[in-house]
Ligand binder design. Sequence first.
Ligand code: HAM
Length: 417
Amino acid sequence: MNKIQSVTGMNDIFGDEVSYWQKLERVSREIFHSYGFHEIRTPILEETALFARGIGEETQVVQKEMYNFKDKGGDLVTMRPEGTAGVVRAYIQHALQAQEEVTKLYYMGPMFRYERPQKGRLRQFHQIGVEVLGTDSPYADADIVIVMDRIAKEVGIKEFKLEVNSLGTMDERQKFLARLVSYFETYQEDLDEDSQRRLQTNPLRIFDSKNEKTKEICQEAPDILEFLGEDSLKEFDVFKKALEVANVSYQVNSRIVRGLDYYEKTAFEFSSDKLGAQSAFCGGGRYNRLVESLGGKPTPGVGFGMGCERVVLLMQEFAQEKSQKLEGVFFVVLGDQALVKARELIQSVRDANVKADMLYESKSMKAQMRKANKGHYQYAVILGENELEKGIVVLKDLSQGEQKEVSFNELVKFVKK
Ligand code: HAM
């Protein structure tokens, strides 16, 4: 029979890699806690209309990448391609604005986009994200960027790039867009095919083109920062100063436009050239119209989404050859009678919350010692017929090789230390 494989672009996460995921999740939770964020868990399936309205009909994600299907009741549903729309839906549905003036939420979980898989780009990928709802303060924008900066540093990413931009208010953005479109129209013939189409649907995305000729045309294109009014410029300044106060290095890049429609004012991206083509490991920005467009009261918001697969790739890249910490005890058991006693002893050790393991049947001493070393245990607890008679075990320190005898009664006390 041929073996069934996982679906293209959907990975199993197992073995050594898991420890990086656990560290990323633990560090993120700790840092979110320090900044006053609370967790929210929203469903993976949402009504398709949520994303069409939330992310934008014309975006690449909605047009091409969503996992949409009709469920058995005939409803059109989508496996979430990102976290923001669902969080905002929940915020409105549960009237969270009534509970707190400013709501700070974080989430972790799988997202789904039907993209062409490559390094750092999957069809099921994971995001850790935050959303701050109920304030238009640029300090909130700064806070979430600082949070991401601290997570990246704390998980060991020693080098990365942060680019920030302001897209202006919707009005400023509209004026800029009008100018941009007329600029690109003068070069229409020279743009690549995709960009010609984007000129009609989403001209900002032309900046993402990899085509050399188009890239050249982009260089001279109008600059969003020149379209910002006084207030927007001031806010952008407050945001940048707040980053400096927190020792966050950044570069301003006025071509950071982001792929989803809901952004205005602040936009930012964290990236690393160690990731290859898919270099962005976190992106976010401000979305002051989204709550309203999903049926809530006008409420400003700002947030980011971090791509966990890409962060884990970087963690692995920067990890030094780490010597694994030795922990717990492995029972090396010789003979059937000893096995019965060992089962009893291991239970009390495990109940004392000390890591402990043994085999289910008796094997050679050598094979069991090999297991103990491979599993990075601190001690081997040796129990054979002799020890059984004397009511003791031999405890062997696996880092130094020293041995000592410990009575059955004292074992838990000893290993707990
Ligand atoms: P996004 O830029 O679409 O933003 O995604 C955020 C991050 O998710 C990206 O920077 C990337 O690291 C990761 N990512 C996206 N697609 C894939 C993929 N196919 N495979 C692996 N990683 C991927 C958002 O999703 C917004 N919801 C962020 C946000 C939150 N803005 C405001 N609040």
